[in-house]
Design a protein around this ligand. Structure first.
Ligand SMILES: Cc1cc2nc3c(=O)[nH]c(=O)nc-3n(C[C@H](O)[C@H](O)[C@H](O)COP(=O)(O)OP(=O)(O)OC[C@H]3O[C@@H](n4cnc5c(N)ncnc54)[C@H](O)[C@@H]3O)c2cc1C
Length: 410
């Protein structure tokens, strides 16, 4: 029997699409190749960091990254090779690092950040139970120059709180005197992403959304300008609408004759226990070394690194050691008890703008990917945009897609 809506990919974006489509009364089926227990949407930092945060590609980023590379503290690592896309990606990244593009993107972040926050509230009202804290994001600076630069951007709106070293230690007891100070971005929030994912899965299953786990989609059958069949290892599935939310995996996107300027950017996390009194009081980001540290119910998680042009899913012990070393330069010695190491791939576009909207060839196909380092931040908003778009029936009829989709951005 033909299904109404098939969502391919059960990460935060796929599940958020399923959530909003279900709310609009659609019958949804999610197809996920894994067992849905530990993908990129689970092991990340869980920051909802939409507010007063610049995109990765912003003025000064190239020089700052080169300086960090010289100190072996850079989060960025390129696996150079014969991949033209990598060079196109880098070029676009550098082109986007200007004030005009940054301001436009930050305004969009603000707009869709509030939408996501509203939807997280709605999920909690729906009875989902996950760690969700609206207690700001502490941006810790380790370089005087960047701290000064950040302070210049702070206004009296209440969105910023500038803290000296002593005040910073009240939020982050383990830092040492090598830091310069911090700025609390008061509007940002954080979640335990694993708890969000598990709550969403449970809620959707109870609500009648069908889940096909351990079922990889390997191809499509096309008929004129429609996708007539979604082919998995087990069966052929037909659907009126298909939402492609496969994160950093480009394989199915290519099957639809598209080639998005998006790369899997590998990152790592370490989740561990530490004494309650040493835990950070809110989510934090060591801004100059791009390392997040997030408190959770019983553990703390650090995340970092951005490796481009690799699809090796193994944990590189050198990267883990480098993360520990970089953090140790700015903290008192402490033990990471019962540490669990993890890695995942961000679907990263060069300007942090996602690919959203109807496919230009196949009229029953909608794309929803490319949220890079911000999938937990904007996943719920994207789910709502995609659900509304499916009602509107065309990209051009949907202002959010026209504003926030890479299909419509230079
Ligand atoms: C180290 C690290 C830290 C991060 N920190 C944050 C943070 O603090 N805040 C934030 O907002 N974001 C953060 N992110 C980014 C965030 O994790 C991602 O943007 C988000 O998880 C992407 O969600 P997604 O649903 O697009 O992709 P995914 O979570 O990867 O989901 C895609 C799913 O599709 C499935 N799939 C792929 N191909 C097929 C197929 N052929 N058939 C069936 N299923 C398929 C995959 O198995 C996968 O489950 C971080 C990422 C990393 C790596």
């Amino acid at each position: 029997m033909k299904k109404e809506v098939v969502v391919i990919g059960g990460g935060i974006v796929g599940l958020s699409c399923a959530y909003s489509m279900h709310k609009l009364g659609h019958k949804v089926c999610v197809i996920e190749k894994s067992d849905g227990a530990n993908g990129t949407s689970f092991g990340n930092a869980g920051l909802i960091s939409a507010f007063k945060k610049a995109p990765l590609s912003c003025p000064g980023v190239v020089l700052d990254t080169l300086k960090l590379m010289l100190k072996n503290q850079a989060p960025l690592k390129f696996h150079f090779g014969l991949n033209l896309k990598l060079y196109q990606w880098i070029l676009k990244f550098m082109k986007s690092a200007n004030a005009k593009s940054t301001h436009r993107t930050m305004a969009l972040f603000e707009r869709y950040g509030w939408l996501s926050v509203d939807i997280y509230h709605q999920m909690l009202k729906d009875g989902m139970d996950f760690w969700y804290k609206e207690d700001g994001l502490l941006m810790i600076y380790t370089l005087e120059e960047s701290f000064e630069k950040k302070i210049k951007t702070c206004d009296n709106s209440g969105a910023y709180k500038i803290l000296n070293v002593k005040e910073t230690k009240e939020y982050m007891p383990i830092v040492n005197d090598n830091i310069c100070g911090s700025v609390l971005l008061t509007e940002n929030a954080h979640v335990d992403p694993g708890e969000v994912m598990r709550s969403l899965q449970e809620y959707l299953q109870n609500a009648g959304v069908e889940f096909l786990y351990n079922e990889e989609v390997i191809d499509f059958e096309f008929k004129n300008n429609l996708i007539d069949g979604v082919i998995t290892y087990k069966e052929k599935i037909q659907a009126e609408k298909i939402i492609l939310a496969t994160g950093a995996n480009p394989a199915l996107i290519k099957k639809t004759k598209n080639d998005f300027l998006m790369m899997g950017a590998k990152g790592y996390s370490i989740t561990f226990k530490m004494p309650e009194e040493l835990k950070p009081k809110t989510s934090s980001l060591f801004a100059d070394i791009f390392m997040a540290m997030t408190p959770r119910r019983d553990t703390v998680r650090i995340t970092s690194k951005l490796e481009l042009n690799t699809n090796n899913a193994l944990i590189d012990k050198e990267q883990i050691a480098n993360m520990k070393k970089n953090l140790a330069a700015f903290t008192q010695p402490f033990e990471m008890k019962d540490a669990i190491e993890w890695c995942g791939f961000r679907p990263l576009t060069p300007n942090d703008i996602p690919y959203l909207g109807f496919d230009k060839r196949y009229k029953n196909l909608i794309h929803a990917t490319g949220l890079g380092w911000l999938g937990i931040t904007f996943g719920p908003a994207i789910g709502k945009i995609i659900a509304d778009l499916s009602q509107d029936g065309a990209n051009e009829k949907n202002a959010d897609v026209m504003l926030f989709s890479a299909f419509f951005r230079d």
